[in-house]
Design a protein around this ligand. Sequence first.
Ligand code: ADP
Length: 396
Amino acid sequence: MNILIINAGSSSLKYQLMDPETGVVSAKGLCERIYIDGRLTHNANGKKVVKDIPMPTHSEAIQAVLAILVDPVDGVIKSTDEIDAVGHRVLHGGMEFYDSCIINDEVIAAIEKCIPLGPLHNPANLMGIRACQAVMPSTPQVAVFDTAFHMTMPPVAYRYAIPTEYYKNDSLRRYGFHGTSHKYVTKRAIELMGRSDIKLVNCHLGNGSSLSAVKDGKCQDTSMGLTPLAGVPMGTRSGDLDPAVAQFVMNKYGMSADECLNMLNKKSGVLAISGVSSDFRDIEEGAAAGNEDCALALDKFAYEVRKYIGSYAAALGGLDCLVFTAGVGENSASMRARICQNLEYLGVKLDPEKNNVRGKEAIISADDSKVTVWVIPTNEELMIAQDTAALVNAAK
Ligand code: ADP
């Protein structure tokens, strides 16, 4: 089976052609500068091709992707009929979507309804969906939502303690993001542990970071909120903050709400504290060279992640399994060690040698650790392909 995975942004579109059973990716690439001029970067058959192709809209970008996938030289399939289904990553499913679903007119209307909650991403995701429908009308399309995995949270986790009208009228609540990644590592953790009745905390630590608390395979809480700004500090996002900070800087510096949110989303986090970079590799290098601001940025990040792990152990009433994933979680042994410091009271004990692992599935806890600590590389594309294949096969 061939599933085309589409992740459409406002001026870009990433794609992969994947076999959902084996996870083998036969081609992948990126369309950039849509609406400006248009550039396609395509990787297949062991080589990379870059082509400037006019992309006045997402529709031409999709046409360029399909054309190169069937190209006699750079392509991997003979005809677009060999694409069994398309899986679209969609940012915000609001309170409408608890799982992935086959796209029809009702689903499109519901994604549109969620635009106020995901004003930057949902319109772009919809453009990707419409462009695919236009050029391959008989191929089933599936929407996979970043928020869906978290929809099993109970009200104590998702309700904000603000007047109820904002929840009832405006759907303001915690949603959470990175759901496809949290779903994938949860599935793997259950497979690897050999049982589903585990109390699990997932740490998706990348440029954007979020944690989830999971019991019996179902999400109970997560650190991001109405938007991806909440939770632990990230590359450039502040994470949790006293909302009065926003009022203070807006009043003092004459900032609009949008300018203030832009500062909190793009100029904060470990970038702000380190004063050096949003990239953890640069910050680790800075700290190793004696830069105290870099050292503080790493400590602050580890401290906040550790606090979330502790609070989620409390929320779950215990902890069996701790998972690290995404760029930092999969690759930085030093950050994992920093986070797990002083967690022995919870039963978390790392094995320094086992922790010396990068980018592959491995247990990194000591043999006598009560909690099993895993590195599980995430694979959001595989999750999208598997969800898409399952829905399309079930509908046959
Ligand atoms: P995104 O949220 O953009 O998907 P990723 O999950 O790819 O991000 O994570 C990117 C982050 O992972 C960057 O900050 C990068 O520095 C960090 N990272 C990647 N490899 C390492 C490493 N070996 N050590 C420390 N950090 C790393």
